[in-house]
Ligand binder design. Structure first.
Ligand SMILES: N[C@@H](Cc1c[nH]c[nH+]1)C(=O)O
Length: 379
């Protein structure tokens, strides 16, 4: 019987689990507000076009039709709706937004991951400098700290690094395209075959290691520095190095690693990107980056923007879930409702016992391990 099942990749959340999520969300919202961010809420349903800039290799949106036959989607991302709002409202820049809500991502069947995820995040629009990137990192790392999440590792990356290096290589353009695909797919035999013409060149030390260009920050930069000097590469490296120093200074317990061999986590990123992990699990706690061209999808003028979103479910998984003590039961006759209400207001962990007779109240208290306060005895 289908109507007793849930759609693939969805779940119900009950009691402690659902409450822990609410606590985490509220704590984050409070800290966003404390840093001067304002709330922005967008609908769960949007026109499909809003999400055009997404690369749909990882996931597709759920589609629906409205009464005009237009294709709508359940939002698979919360940054693109913010870009839509910014481009349609003429709000004065700069602005700092925060938001929270569910995103829906149709993933491969049996991938084991959920298709409905809860996110909370911030978008800073109208600041082109590194301070805005660092404010996003600060929001992310102080959020983790406030939630007592230890041993956080930030993995930095650069959305344009691969193309910037490719542009320098003396290889034909079609070779560069396939080289990039092989690099991303870690298809080593193909990758090695494609860069073979540059063996023995000044690019060789770098190219032979490129598929492994993730992990220790200094080791990776040492390899990047073997490349012939190019101002565009130096600029990217300087930004990454300055960001690593910023993190070390502001969050000395956080480790920073680097990955310069992967595709950008979102197709719309144009600058530095970052993800937070803990050693215990492969899923990330937060993910973000700079996307200075995104608004040009909706309007002509380019606008600088950067943001970060937490995966609330990943944060909740790392919270100690304590089973709450059974609440004290307050049993009463209908006309004793005011007294029951008064008692309830004064007790930290109590609930009204709504059964219709004393025997049922005693039975319920016994079966749930609760203390019973019986107001009918004091009449
Ligand atoms: N929307 C991005 C995260 C992000 C927020 N702002 C910028 N990037 C994601 O879901 O991966």
């Amino acid at each position: 019987m289908k109507n007793k099942n849930l759609p693939n990749g969805t779940r119900d959340e009950l009691g402690v689990q659902a409450e822990a999520k609410e606590v985490v969300e509220n704590q984050l919202f409070q800290s966003f507000r404390r840093r001067g961010f304002r709330k922005l809420t967008t609908p769960v349903l949007e026109y499909q076009d809003v999400f055009k800039p997404l690369n749909q290799n990882h996931y597709r949106p759920y589609q629906l039709l409205d009464d005009q036959g237009e294709t709508l989607v359940l939002r698979p991302d919360l940054t693109l709706p913010v870009a839509r709002v910014m481009s349609t409202t003429g709000i004065e820049l700069p602005v700092k937004w925060y938001y929270g809500g569910d995103v829906f991502r149709l993933k491969k069947q049996l991938s084991g991951s959920y298709n409905q995820l809860t996110q909370a995040g911030v978008e800073i629009v109208g600041y082109g400098g590194m301070k805005a990137d660092w404010e996003c990192l600060t929001v992310a790392l102080s959020g983790c700290h406030e939630l007592n999440i230890q041993s956080v590792v930030v993995e930095l990356s650069q959305a344009t690094f691969v193309d910037t290096v490719m542009a320098q290589l003396p290889l034909p353009s079609p070779t560069k395209v396939t080289l990039k695909t092989a690099l991303y797919a870690k298809d080593l035999s193909r990758y090695n075959h494609l860069w073979a013409p540059l063996k023995g060149s000044e690019y060789a030390p770098f190219l032979s290691e490129w598929p492994w260009l993730f992990g220790n920050f200094d080791d990776i930069l040492a390899l990047v520095n073997t490349l012939p000097k190019a101002p565009r590469i130096t600029k990217l490296v300087d930004q990454l190095t300055a960001t690593r120093s910023f993190i070390a200074q502001q969050f000395p317990r956080v480790d920073t690693t680097l990955d310069l061999s992967v595709p950008s986590p979102q197709a719309y990123y144009t600058g530095m990107t970052f993800r937070g992990f803990t050693a215990s699990s492969a899923d990330y706690l937060f993910s973000g980056g700079r996307y200075d061209d995104l608004l040009t999808n909706f309007q002509k003028v380019p606008v600088a923007a950067v943001g970060v979103a937490f995966d609330i479910d990943a944060l909740v998984q790392r919270q100690p879930l304590r089973k709450p003590d059974a609440p004290v039961l307050i049993y009463f006759e209908n006309d004793q409702w005011p007294q029951a209400e008064q008692l309830l207001a004064g007790l930290p962990n109590a609930t009204l016992c709504l059964v219709d007779n004393q025997a049922a109240a005693e039975a319920l208290a016994a079966s749930s391990g609760s203390q019973l306060i019986d107001l009918t005895k004091s009449r």
